[in-house]
Design a protein around this ligand. Structure first.
Ligand code: HEM
Ligand code: HEM
Ligand SMILES: [Fe+2]
Length: 480
């Protein structure tokens, strides 16, 4: 056995070895997201920066697609991480899982290379198949789409078959059912129609139903496992909460889809359905905050992994504020009429994706690195503990600052472009050149820089944390 504090894959079970591969790629793609975000943000301030070399449209596309893919990699990794623990047996198709990991990673690299090398061209059928499908957030060309579905099916098979052969837990059941929905819905983004309303109608099935229903349920399952691992929370308690949260999420999130059907040419009844159900979406997010705070209190914050615990709490609050509060602000049609498609949406998009999903992935990175180093001490008085704390401060403060900058710009757009100028072409330019808009864009960059510094420190920390520790992990207090 190697010494405590040394990275050694013998410390991991089969699923966990595969998980750390997924986590490594996720972390690299997170870096790509940050770099291309900074480039796109700079182009708001200096419009001809990299013009015709690396256009805004490309930077924006790589920025948000890298985000979707790194989060998916993180989720797949997290499920592989807990699979053997939960089911009690080795993963059924681990070899296949490994092969698929490499295919998936190479396909992602190929798609990004094509985006960067081709950049512009005609919108033909061959473009759709080989270059890009042109659907925001899921722009992968058709060949890669099909590949993604195959990879995800293998993943689903591994999860379902392993639980079926081993034992089912509440978390296992929820995850398995959720994965059917998660991969099924992806296919709704693969239809091609020339009618833009019909196209958008199906596209939102992926975008909204993913992030507000299936991804939320998935992270609910991860949160339950996370709280048991780092706090020693009782299974009965976390699983009871999980069932309540899942019921509330599907109950509000499925028809909440209507808040994207206000102005795309769909029938008018969506105004009331979307407004009503999406207004209920914050309810399960409040439940999650109560759940996390309740469990932490019961266990007197005594956790075996302080960084992971910190990020799990950040997840509960980030999800509530980013999705719940920032989403609620513009979800009623009367308000959305003015805010639709302004920087207000970007403000919400940033805080929600970061708060709900970046956070919980980072928590799992820390859970993984602790075990990888032989279950080393990661509680109070940790050697070099300033790094995780500072990176957490910089990332969260950077994100809140960006969100505020974007919100100010969004308010200004709603007021000037929409309310005063009545959505005219001239109104658009009046809003874009107003000092409040431009200052919002400036401060977004300043806080974006802070976020990037936080990311760099996070990577450094994940590579070094626990290295010089020789104490074994603190055991979380057994119960409550
Ligand atoms: C973690 C969960 C969530 C994430 C990651 C998320 C993310 C996003 C993103 C990225 C957009 C912009 C989409 C575009 O490109 O047009 C958006 C739009 C929107 N979101 Fe969310 N969201 C979440 C939850 C919610 C919730 C719970 C609500 C309501 C309570 C909400 C309300 C809205 C509305 C109304 C829009 C449309 C904005 C517009 O008209 O431009 N979101 N969301
Ligand atoms: C490092 C700092 C970052 C900068 C400078 C940045 C900048 C940008 C820019 C310029 C856009 C295009 C906005 C537009 O079309 O008007 C954008 C879009 C977006 N970014 Fe970022 N970003 C950063 C980090 C992040 C992070 C960490 C996340 C989430 C975890 C994120 C999520 C998004 C989303 C969801 C959109 C699409 C928003 C929408 O369509 O409304 N970004 N970002
Ligand atoms: Fe939505």
């Amino acid at each position: 056995m190697t010494a405590l504090g040394t990275i050694d894959s013998a410390n991991l079970n089969g699923g966990q070895k595969l998980a750390v591969k997924y986590f490594s790629v996720a972390l690299i793609l997170f870096g790509a997201q940050v770099v291309f975000g900074l480039l796109a943000g700079l182009q708001y301030l200096i419009p001809d920066f990299l013009y015709e070399v690396l256009d805004f449209s490309i930077n924006r596309m790589v920025h948000i697609n890298a985000m979707v893919v790194w989060m998916l990699f993180g989720f797949i990794g997290s499920v592989y991480w807990l699979l053997e623990d939960e089911s009690g047996i080795p993963i059924v198709g681990l070899k296949l899982g490994n092969i698929v990991f490499w295919i998936f990673t190479l396909a992602v690299a190929a798609v990004v290379a094509v985006y960067l090398l081709v950049q512009i061209g005609p919108g033909e059928h061959s473009t759709l198949w080989l270059i890009t499908e042109g659907r925001e957030y899921i722009e992968a060309p058709r060949w890669a789409d099909i590949g993604i579905v195959v990879c995800l099916l293998v993943f689903f098979f591994n999860v379902a078959a392993t639980f079926a052969k081993g034992k089912w837990t509440g978390i296992g059941g929820v995850l398995t059912l959720d994965l059917i929905a998660l991969f099924g819905i992806y296919m709704a983004g693969m239809f091609y129609t020339t009618n833009i309303s019909v196209d958008q109608y199906w596209w939102w099935w992926v975008i909204h139903l993913w992030v507000e229903a299936t991804w939320e349920v998935l992270v609910g399952g991860l949160m339950a496992y996370g709280l048991m691992t780092v706090l020693g929370a009782r299974r009965k308690i976390v699983e009871t909460w999980l069932y309540i949260e899942v019921a509330l999420m599907f109950g509000s999130g499925i028809l909440g889809l209507g808040h994207h059907y206000f102005w795309i040419g769909t029938p008018e009844y969506w105004l009331s359905i979307g407004g009503f159900f999406s207004a209920l979406e914050p309810v399960p997010l409040v439940a999650m905050v109560v759940h996390a705070v309740f469990d932490s209190g019961v266990h007197k914050m005594r956790s075996s992994n302080h960084p992971a615990m910190g990020w799990l709490i950040a997840h509960a609050f980030g999800n509530f504020f980013g999705a719940g509060v920032w989403g609620f602000m513009h979800t009623l049609p009367q308000i959305n009429l003015y805010t639709h498609g302004t920087q207000w949406s970007a403000s919400h998009g940033h805080l929600a994706f970061f708060g709900a999903y970046a956070t919980i992935n980072i928590a799992f990175f820390y859970i993984a690195v602790q075990k990888w180093r032989g279950n080393v001490w990661m509680s109070g008085g940790l050697i070099g503990g300033w790094k995780w704390k500072w990176s957490m401060v910089l990332l969260n403060l950077g994100m809140v600052g960006m969100t505020m900058g974007l919100l100010v710009a969004g308010y200004e757009q709603s007021q000037i472009e929409r309310a005063i100028e009545g959505s005219s072409w001239a109104g658009y330019f009046a809003a874009q050149s107003h000092p409040w808009f431009q200052q919002g864009m400036f401060w977004r960059m300043v806080f974006g820089g802070m976020f990037a510094a936080g990311y760099a420190l996070l990577v450094l920390d994940l590579l070094t944390i626990g290295k010089r520790e020789t104490r074994p992990a603190q055991r979380p207090s057994a119960d409550g």
